[in-house]
Ligand binder design. Sequence first.
Ligand code: PLP
Length: 395
Amino acid sequence: MNIKLNRGFSNLGSAYLFSEIAARVNAFKHENPTVKVISLGIGDVTLPLAPCVVSAMRNAAERLGTREGFVGYGDTQGLLELREAISERYSSLGARIGADEIFISDGAKSDLGNIFELFGDVTALICEPTYPVYADAALMSRKRIKILPCGAESSFLPSPDELEREPYVIFLCSPNNPTGTVLDKNSLKKWVDFALFSGSVIIFDAAYESFISGGELPRSIYEIDGAENCAIEVCSLSKMAGFTGVRCGWTVVPRACKSGGASLHSLWARRQSTKFNGASYISQIGALAALSDEGKRQNAENIAYYMENARLLGEFLEGRGIEYFGGAHAPYLWLKCPRGMDSWGFFDHLLKNAGVVGTPGAGFGASGEGFFRFSSFAHREDILEAIERMGKLRL
Ligand code: PLP
């Protein structure tokens, strides 16, 4: 072949993190076949779907098998009823987002990557440590990247204070994966003000918003005045309702979001109608059930379960005098590796001596070195056993 390939791919690091974790775990299992390895490393949910979601999807599948109930292609923007339910959800947060500003997706990840198609020659601002998809997608789309390191000195909370007044595509994730830290209203307002002042756009990843409890911390960027002029929000039912396998999410592109007079909403609508034929009907019906009062109640029980896991892990770390972030409004705990170990050193220590797996912070960018992520997406008995095993360790 003599086709010029996308050079953006050659700037990517290797997909090293999870393959390296798997390789080390496999080697350990090979040498210790009788030890049950406990994983606190994954960011995937472990509890089954809420019963009302299952029954809604079962009924939807049955309807599709009848002449009267069959539907084919739907609105590429998503079922109106679902978009209205999401719009209602924003109203309950005090944010005004119309159903026509919501685009139903097959989950957050696709849109986080595809969003670069809206932009020309831009710089993506990545606040590390964070979800690696933003930087990788920027590189694949041949965009420049500016890394804003947000380490322990800033409590892993990004701030625009030191930034030059330049237009960026700013990625913010709150609650953040992997640190579990959450931007409060003042910090988020600073970002919105910076975006408006510098002509930037914010891509706000709210995939973990349902883990925020109490009314103080913002669950949507649209709780901040002016955000509708400068922010796109990407959200998902994956962690909120256990949809990692079902696949459904949404992206909000407000009509007021404009650059040089051009509407980002129109561009995104055009992009979607060309390249996306809508999320699966069955998943959307499941999402609608998940957002009903019954669905919210059933999913709140699952979230409470994960948050109790997080509390137990946090209590253990505190008892051992290990500094950590997150765990209060997020399913992730981000701990400082004890005794000055680096993050892969601590990974090996935990695996070899306790058979427990976590995620080394170095995998989330240079400012993650020296830190380690525990996920509370696990069965309670595994959390308790991991705590018991780690309790016997020198940490
Ligand atoms: N955003 C963040 C911060 C995530 O951690 C994840 C998945 O782990 C996603 C987005 C992707 O979610 P989805 O399953 O909706 O594609």
